[in-house]
Design a protein around this ligand. Structure first.
Ligand code: ADP
Ligand code: MG
Length: 621
């Protein structure tokens, strides 16, 4: 006797529900999307017990008449597509016709709806797939769907629900995505949205709140001026409109969670776009940090397929390369022409030790602030009175005009201040007046129009070399010079293998290696640009880097790693005393560098101090 049975429709729905309805937040997403598709301008979401007890969504959209209400909860019923050709350009959020049927198969649902043409509303109740008839009800036009006791007949799934707080977190995230996608823009009306949990209003967003306000209201990023920390870029190419709000490096995060990508009003995840974002911030962020980005893409519905995944959060672009390259270009260009220099803001009170604990707005700023405070603490004169003496220090090498010189000791309170990023134009550096000093053989203090900047000599030089390397290697291979005496080194079998696999890369770098006995190689030529690096040390570290199994990089990523390493090795070190002309050269190169404010690892190279802040600090204003 055959073993195979045809499952009944309710079982089919329950199984399908597993794909679409993972947790209460999935219900919220599907119901809110239906409300948006219905043309609603106002949506109220009310939740009890993290959605475990109740999820209720009310809208003022087009509503459903009795006939549609009875049909809406059947599987594969939709008003959004009619023929297969409609699948080629889906303009609505829904189209699969399975959400309501899935939700109703795993919970108790009550739906009340009324169209504008009806005098009264209708109501239907479904208990885990068992439907009541349609009964008259009273309600304003629009639709209310109440979902109670999700998964109550499926203990295995109910067990997987987390605490009310956790589930509410997921719901708030879905609400946030929809709210960001539906802020008013230009002449497009925004959506009035409310989220209530256990009777308490969590969010009340007016249809007049523009995107920046919504971001400030919804974003879990420390609200200390999130808007000031966003850089806006927009491009309106034919068939691809991009609006990007990019977080400055100082508000980067440890995960990609704060990368919101919207395609025609739909929140999506996309590996091409994520990659483009990552590339755009290359060199501006430390590894393991992720930028905050809000990206809004508009393109013809026909240019991508949304019928890829049941939750529709993934799409397939027909021309993914174009999308990738355009996004990368606009983000990168904007980031590179923005001054991301770290700007030191002085504390309001004089630099008391407690001020050193002021939290900076971003992780990195805080780290810099701490490091600077630590640095200046170490080098601060013992006597406090001395801190305000104008006596120039004897050991300063490149001593500049005495009357305007800023005593090093004045940096104590400044260093303890809060560091933020600014987008003011880069300060003009007065080379001709030679107003700079090198301090502790590691930092260069330079007077600017606005005040002064402190440059980390190693970080800046590293950046300059890195950019130079990138430019040259893009054009052709690096220029190299023959070593007078080839330097030999031992290689293991796996080293030799690594060198063989990466022969092309070595060639591009201008490194020439020749066999030198059975288990040794010799460096015959080495890149001119890396003249300051020790060839042997460089090649050995290069073999280590190329042989590392844990870094799974593509060609370009690997090359970038190598160039980072090269720049670091060839750059002036901290603790290295520089001559005036070396400093002048460095400052001249800084002006020409594309992104001189960050070293290739994303650390700042320069910190700005404004004279007006100093004046305030000394109570001169
Ligand atoms: P889909 O959204 O994929 O069409 P659903 O199961 O989510 O499938 O909804 C089925 C149908 O019910 C929709 O196509 C729509 O016609 C109707 N519907 C659902 N929610 C609403 C609502 N809030 N207002 C008006 N009509 C709705
Ligand atoms: Mg739907």
């Amino acid at each position: 006797m055959g073993q195979i049975l045809v499952l009944d429709q309710n079982m089919v729905n329950m199984i399908a529900a597993g794909e679409v309805i993972e947790r209460p937040a999935s219900v919220v997403k599907e119901l809110m999307e239906n409300s948006i598709d219905s043309g609603a301008t106002k949506i109220t979401v009310s939740i009890e017990d993290g959605g475990r007890r109740l999820i209720s969504v009310t809208d003022n959209g087009c509503g459903m008449d009795g006939e549609d209400l009875a049909r809406a909860f059947e599987p594969h019923t939709t008003s959004k597509i009619k023929t297969s050709s409609d699948l080629q350009g889906i303009s609505t959020l829904g189209f699969r016709g399975e959400a309501l049927a899935s939700i109703a198969s795993v919970s108790q649902v009550k739906c009340t709806s009324r169209t504008k043409g009806q005098t009264g509303a209708n109501c239907i109740e479904i208990d885990c797939g068992t439907k009541s008839g349609i009964s008259p009800s009273s309600a304003d036009y629009g639709t209310t769907i109440q979902v109670r006791d999700i998964f109550y007949k499926l203990p295995a799934r109910r067990k997987f629900l987390r605490t009310a707080n956790t589930e509410m977190g997921h719901i708030a995230e879905q609400f946030t995505r929809i709210a960001l996608a539906n802020a008013p823009a230009g002449n497009k009306q925004g959506l009035d949205m409310t989220l209530i949990h256990n009777g308490r209003e969590l969010y009340r967003l007016s249809d007049k709140d523009f995107l920046h306000q919504r971001i400030a209201e919804l974003s879990p990023i420390p609200s200390s001026g999130i808007s000031e920390n966003l850089i806006e870029a927009e491009s309106n190419e034919t068939s691809l409109h991009i609006l990007a709000l990019m977080g400055k490096p100082s508000i980067s995060r440890t995960s990609k969670k704060f990368q919101y990508i919207f395609l025609n009003g739909r929140f999506i995840r996309d590996k091409f776009i994520s990659h483009a974002i990552k590339e755009a911030y290359r060199g501006l962020l430390e590894p393991n940090r992720f930028p905050v980005v809000f990206l809004f893409i508009r393109m013809p519905y026909e240019d991508y397929d949304v019928n890829v995944h049941p939750t529709k959060s993934e799409v397939r672009f027909y021309n993914a390369n174009l999308v990738h390259s355009q996004i990368l270009a606009i983000l990168r260009e904007k980031l590179l022409c923005t001054d991301l220099q770290t700007h030191a803001v002085l504390p309001t009170a004089t630099g008391s030790p407690e001020m050193q604990g002021i939290p900076a707005p971003g992780h990195r700023s805080q780290a810099i602030s701490e490091a600077m405070a630590e640095f200046f603490k170490k080098h601060r004169p013992v006597q406090t009175q001395q801190r305000f003496s104008y006596k120039p220090k004897q050991q300063i090498v490149a001593l500049r005009p005495s009357s305007e010189q800023i005593p090093e000791s004045h940096m104590g309170p400044a260093a303890a201040g809060v560091l933020t990023e600014t987008s003011r134009p880069a300060p003009v550096i007065h080379l001709e007046q030679r107003k700079f000093i090198q301090i502790h053989d590691s930092f260069i203090v330079v007077q600017t129009d606005e005040g002064f900047v402190i440059i980390d000599q190693h970080a800046l030089h590293e950046r300059i070399i890195y950019e130079d390397l990138c430019k040259r290697i893009r054009k052709s291979k690096l220029e190299s010079q023959k070593l007078l005496i080839p330097e030999s080194f031992d290689v293991t079998v796996s080293d030799a293998d690594v060198l063989k696999t990466n022969a092309e890369l070595l060639e591009k770098l201008g490194i020439e290696l020749v066999p030198f006995g059975p288990r040794a190689m010799a460096i015959q030529a080495f890149p001119t640009l890396l003249a300051k690096a020790d060839p042997l040390d460089f090649v050995q570290d290069l073999i280590d880097l190329l042989g590392r199994k844990d870094i799974n990089l593509d060609g370009e990523g690997l090359l970038d790693e190598v160039l980072n390493m090269a720049a670091c090795k060839a750059a002036i070190k901290a603790g290295q005393r520089l001559t005036d002309s070396e400093i002048e050269q460095l400052l001249r190169d800084k002006v020409n560098a594309e992104s001189a404010s960050r070293c290739p690892h994303g650390r700042p190279t320069t910190i700005k101090f404004s004279i007006s802040d100093l004046e305030k600090q000394f109570k001169r204003t």
